[in-house]
Ligand binder design. Structure first.
Ligand SMILES: [Zn+2]
Length: 413
């Protein structure tokens, strides 16, 4: 149920949307190349600008960028990646739980990592191996291992506190790293991580699946290597901070995890995959349905970032066209003047770089017949730079939404 009076809002984040011009693409960005009449209509009738999700020049991770845009300043509210992945994998976390991302890996008898992904072990096999890692208790600490996809897992050390430890994932094949504490409170965490490695090796070394893999000359999945450890702590919910009952429509576990971290619901959407084949129509249906029962909907689409990381500028432009056709156009038709629509990216991922960059991303705030029109006609990096908002930071997005939804309280008398 809606929490309070005021308009509703839908925040649409196209991951890695911003780009740079390159020779390969005729000195145009994917947004400039794409035919996207609905996004351009939003630019014509809304307020435009550029968004630095953290601050100018900072290269954001998707996790920190989203938290800042959702109004959770990261120096205070960033639990690091592990807890967000754990929440995304539907693991319930309690204060002081320390969560890590983990890979099934192959080590030799001297504990050297031979393959960081155990031959990119398939989802079904990895899940069976994770079943063999249930019920582990080390020095009184309960350990949860949950498989997610392919060679990936999440590992949670319950109630241990202290996440300032080195990673055991060497990030390239080589020696398996020993976990070391970087401050005294994390000494026990390091100790448990190191003992856990031996427990995992003991349980998996002679597992029938690994015996069969060895016989077939496949790398055995006999170790878990850990990275991105972070200590979970509860934060004031989005509903408490902004007075809006919120939900998230996303495919990727990280984005669902971020939403759950700030107290939003994050249901599964059938056919939503987080890649170029994701069922956008189902996501649109889910978002429209969610708007009936919620004040705030966060809709995330990942594929733009995937094409950027692969350097596929034209495919990114085609994806933008598909999003325009299948999400933005029908949304503009369906939504009246009681919903604010915000369209942006979490950061730029220039195709020519294949990685995130500190360049800002276009942003538009649109409320049918009810936002200041600033003369910008196209939704892209160059045109939005001429918009009335100038450049803003992630932390400004929620206050602007609060103003446009008529929910902001007067500052002063
Ligand atoms: Zn991102």
């Amino acid at each position: 149920m809606a929490l309070s009076s005021g308009s509703k809002a839908i925040l649409i984040i196209l991951d890695g949307l911003g780009d740079r011009q390159s020779k390969k693409s005729g000195w145009k960005t994917p947004l400039q190349l794409a035919r996207k009449p609905a996004m351009d209509k939003m630019a014509c009738e809304g307020m435009c600008g550029l968004l630095y999700s953290i601050s100018p020049g900072v290269v954001p991770g998707s996790d920190t960028a989203h938290l800042e845009i959702l109004g959770y300043e990261t120096p205070k509210y960033y639990p690091k990646r592990g807890p967000l992945e754990a929440l995304g994998a539907n693991i319930k976390l309690n204060h002081n739980d320390v969560a890590f991302r983990a890979n099934f890996a192959t080590v030799d008898e001297k504990m050297n990592v031979i393959d960081r992904r155990a031959g990119r072990i398939d989802t079904q096999t990895a899940r069976k191996l994770a079943d063999a890692l249930k019920g582990i208790v080390i020095d009184g600490v309960n350990v949860t291992v949950k498989h997610t996809v392919e060679h990936r897992c999440v590992v949670v050390l319950r109630g241990i506190g202290g996440d300032d430890v080195t990673e055991t994932d060497p990030h390239e094949n080589g020696k398996r790293l020993e976990c070391k504490p970087l401050e005294s409170r994390s000494a026990k965490t390091a100790q448990v991580v190191n003992k856990l490695a031996m427990e995992v090796y003991g349980r998996l070394m002679n597992h029938p699946i690994n015996k069969a893999r060895k016989a077939s000359k496949l790398p055995e999945a006999n170790m878990l290597i850990l990275r991105g450890g972070g200590e979970y702590f509860p934060v004031p919910t989005f509903a408490v901070r902004f007075g809006m009952n919120a939900t998230c429509i996303a495919a990727g576990a990280l984005y669902k995890g971020i939403a759950r971290f700030v107290g939003m619901s994050a249901p599964d959407v059938p056919g939503a995959t987080g890649d170029g084949n994701s069922n956008l129509k189902n996501k649109l249906v889910a978002a429209r349905k969610a708007l009936k029962s919620h004040d705030f909907v966060f809709l995330h689409i990942k594929a733009t970032d995937n094409f950027s990381h692969d350097g596929m500028c034209l495919k990114k432009a085609k994806m933008i066209e598909k999003i325009d056709r299948e999400v933005i156009a029908p949304l503009l038709k369906a939504i009246g003047n009681d919903v604010v629509i915000v369209l942006t990216g979490d950061h730029s991922t220039p195709c020519c770089k294949g990685e995130h960059s500190g360049d800002p991303t276009p942003i538009v705030f649109y409320k049918k017949d009810n936002t200041r029109r600033d003369g910008v006609k196209k939704f892209d990096e160059l045109n939005c730079a001429q918009g009335s908002l100038g450049w803003i930071e992630g932390k400004h997005v929620m206050p602007i939404i609060m103003n446009l939804t008529d929910r902001a309280k007067k500052y002063g008398a």
